[in-house]
Design a protein around this ligand. Structure first.
Ligand code: G3H
Ligand code: 13P
Ligand code: ZN
Length: 315
């Protein structure tokens, strides 16, 4: 069942975080639904502009509608990840999305407010909610690359002013994470003091943590042992999610980890079966492994086992 992102946030705020997982293809979609149903977790399925281009917008929607039928127990929201203004309007008008993210964080504050406000007006008129971003995460997203020197943490006072002026429904905050498989160069880590300061100024308001993949070292080692070259990849300590959700982090974005599962499964499969060429064989393994990964992640986010609680809150 597709629900609104706000409905999920209301149930989760302060108690657990909702996993927001990116999808790009059929195998990932099947594994995602399977893992969430097996772990009895509500979730957010998110689609980036890159994914919309790669898989075709119509194909994405058809896959999700089909998965909804195959897994009737699932409760989830559909979200546009890192949208520009034009794509936000497209998704709002489609009637399919629960929420959109307008990512105007690379603009100066006033312009970010103005762009976000326009999207909020259009979205709210159609019952769609809006995630905005303030501060600058490091890493690569779509066509924008931000090195750690230029990444900047979200200012708590600005966050409060931004939410009040823009009318957004949730806020992606820069608190030390970055996108991709190479996070935390040097001694950087999550800035819990900063999250606490933001929560103080915005009590009850859902915060979003991007760049939350944990880049498991075992996964990286297996990829490298099977011919990969991911030297020095590292991510967020997944045990820290339990410290983040009491501070208002209600949505946790994970994409890279799913790509690592795909890479490990396929590299190992073709290393061990050099004569193989039936893509359904590694595909089947990937669906099962991705489902296992999702179920594990939901344990760490505290969302595992919360499906019934959400169902009751919605009824
Ligand atoms: O934050 C970016 C997400 O990981 C989506 O990545 O734009 O390559 O689909 P993508
Ligand atoms: P990762 O690259 O850490 O998976 O972050 C994904 C993300 O923030 C999607 O918006
Ligand atoms: Zn992101």
């Amino acid at each position: 069942m597709i629900v609104t992102t706000d409905q999920l946030f209301k149930v989760a705020y302060g108690k657990f975080a909702i996993g927001a997982y990116n999808i790009n293809n059929m195998e990932q979609t099947l594994g995602l639904f399977q893992g969430n149903v097996e772990s009895q977790a509500p979730f957010i399925l998110q689609i980036s502009r890159g994914a919309r281009k790669y898989a075709n917008v119509k194909m994405m929607e058809a896959m999700i509608r089909a998965a909804e039928e195959i897994f009737p127990e699932a409760i989830f929201a559909v979200h546009l990840d890192h949208g520009d203004e034009e794509t936000c309007y497209d998704c709002i008008d489609s009637g399919f999305y629960s929420s959109v993210m307008i990512d105007a964080s690379h603009h100066p504050f006033e312009e970010n407010v103005a762009i976000t406000k326009r999207v909020v007006e259009a979205a709210h008129a159609k019952g769609v909610s809006v995630e905005a971003e303030l501060g600058m995460l490091g890493g690569v997203e779509e066509n924008i690359k931000v090195d750690e020197k230029h990444a900047s943490l979200t200012d708590p006072d600005e966050a409060k002013a931004f939410v009040e002026q823009s009318g957004c429904d949730s806020l992606a905050v820069a608190i030390g994470t970055s996108h991709g498989a190479y996070k935390f160069s040097g001694s950087q880590g999550l800035h819990f003091d900063r999250i606490a300061e933001i929560q103080k100024r915005l009590p009850g308001f859902p915060l979003v943590m991007h760049g939350s993949s944990s880049v498991p070292q075992e996964e990286v080692a297996r990829i490298n042992a099977a011919g990969g070259k991911l030297a020095g990849a590292k991510g967020v300590d997944e045990d820290q999610f339990a410290k983040a959700y009491p501070l208002g982090v209600t949505k946790v974005n994970i994409d890279t980890d799913g790509r690592l599962v795909w890479t490990r499964v396929h590299r190992e499969y073709f290393r061990d079966e050099p004569e193989g060429f039936d893509f359904r064989k590694p595909g089947k393994i990937y669906v099962a492994e991705y489902a296992k990964f999702i179920a594990h992640k939901n344990q760490k986010l505290g969302s595992a086992g919360k499906l019934e609680m959400v169902r009751q809150a919605l009824s």
